[in-house]
Design a protein around this ligand. Structure first.
Ligand code: DX5
Ligand code: ZN
Length: 223
């Protein structure tokens, strides 16, 4: 099955004082989804924002709000992210002992369910969870920070794509995606590309055409 490639800029690389305009700028410049990185200073060694901020982003997002939770525990916050307007809610398999319950709860709250795998977690760990997933996010950096170097997970992506078979499940790649690495992961079977620094580098809300150029460079590299 050939899937259209989606580019999901991560607003972790945006101006934190100007999220509304940043979101509008990347969407005007060709973003397919908006990727929102939630970090708790516990599951990962960095802190970003929580449900009230995500709710404030919602009216600015015209495409898909793709919320990546790097938090533990997850379950007590699922309802809050549904109310905040997440379209896709992704939790880490490593965030607790009951990812099956977490995925059920995300779907039960009316969102698409995503499962993220850290670089050290094998594809096979997701096998009994795939029927509950709309998306599997393969981390190609250890989560916590933007701007890190890409870790080659192409063999894992290939195994996951084979395990998924004809099920309607996205494979999203998060970390170090740029025009050089994007073709590798797409060739292996990914269809959603998160990119923070490679999209925001050099641009601003006053020079949004640079975001457009950066998005196009990734798209051209995979087409
Ligand atoms: C990493 C985050 C990523 C990050 C990607 O913990 O989940 O979404 O912002 O940033 P780049 O594209 O700069 O690696
Ligand atoms: Zn992310």
């Amino acid at each position: 099955m050939s899937r259209p490639i989606k580019i999901a800029p991560s607003i972790l690389s945006a101006d934190f004082a100007d999220f509304g305009r940043e979101i509008r700028a990347i969407e005007d410049q060709g973003a397919d989804w908006v990727h929102v990185d939630v970090m708790d200073g516990h599951f990962v060694p960095n802190l970003t924002f929580g449900p009230p901020a995500v709710k404030a982003f919602r009216p600015h997002v015209k495409t898909v709000m793709d919320v990546h939770l790097m938090i533990a525990p997850v379950d007590p916050y699922i309802e809050a992210y549904a109310e905040a307007g997440a379209d896709v809610l992704t939790a880490h398999l490593e965030a607790g002992p009951h990812p099956h319950r977490t995925l059920q709860a995300i779907r039960g709250a009316g969102m698409k369910a995503g499962l993220a795998l850290n670089p050290g977690t094998p594809a096979e760990a997701a096998s009994e969870l795939l029927d509950l997933c709309d998306l599997v996010c393969v981390m190609t950096v250890n989560p916590g920070f933007g701007g890190q170097s890409f870790i080659d997970m192409t063999a894992k992506i290939r195994r996951l794509r084979a395990m998924i078979g004809d099920r309607d499940i996205h494979i999203e790649i998060d970390g170090g995606v740029d025009p050089k690495t994007a073709p590798l992961v797409v060739e292996a079977g990914a269809d959603v590309l998160v990119a923070g620094s490679a999209v925001f580098r050099g641009g601003s809300v006053d020079a949004p055409e640079i975001y457009g150029r950066n998005i196009k460079a990734i798209r051209d590299a995979v087409s």
